[in-house]
Design a protein around this ligand. Sequence first.
Ligand SMILES: [Zn+2]
Length: 301
Amino acid sequence: MAEKKTPEQDAPEKKAAPKKTTVSKTPKTITKVDSAAPSSPAAKPAAKSAAAKNAPAASEADKSSAKTKRILAIVFWVLAIACEVLALLVFIGKIDLRFTSQMVQLIAFLVIDFIFVVIGAQFWKRANHLDPVSEQNKVKFWLWNNMGVIVCCFAFIPFLIYVLFVDKEADPKMKKVASIVAAVALVLGIGLSYDWNPVSQEGKAQAEATLGDTSVYWTQFGSVYHLDTECQHLNRSSELFVGTVSSAIGAGKTRLCKTCAKNFGIEIDENGAITSIAAALTPAAEEASEAVEEAVEAPAA
Ligand SMILES: [Zn+2]
């Protein structure tokens, strides 16, 4: 069980508000990220891994941020479905905005539908990274991670079915354009709504229990986090972000780099999730965790 920490138990290197620091050893610019309170220290990983399943996977700040993002996602998705209905009403001639052609109105509603679907999905994915759901409930886990795709299907498939199979009397040109636009939006929307880097509550808790407050590094567009700024996969990245593993996962970097895992003796499964820690982390990380242990024990003594 990861202990809830009081402020005085925080690691000595507790990060300040986002600021830029340049490491002299390399030309990389490293931006500190501190989105959440650091979790348990990287001490006694073996003992903690067993208890990790019950560890809180998200801090209160992450949870409330995730809740806001889920609400925003739902708002955008509702607006998207409303646009689908409007597109359908334009298609069957029930509404006509008159200032432009029916075709343009139709395309405009489908494009806005698409934009709202995708924006909603980004909020939803971010919420799932900040406050992941448990893997134990397989149905909920699947639904939560695929919600963006499901909504995208709801936002275009009913329209497509109506245009292609229900309405036999529509203008063929309009029918053709409407179905092509909706089909392209559906495919693109699924690709952009799907969470390519899902994370479970257990996966996040395991990563936090293993790495604790150890600094991890990631790039803006990467999907993994690293333990070493000199990792070969970071050779071409001049700008890095540094923070706890919680911050990294919150930023959508849900997996540990395979090369770093190997170099640091951390076992990961085929999906990149940490399964166990084979050996201690770097001497520096060990020292840090010992310092934290001492700090934790000190008040009690
Ligand atoms: Zn790496």
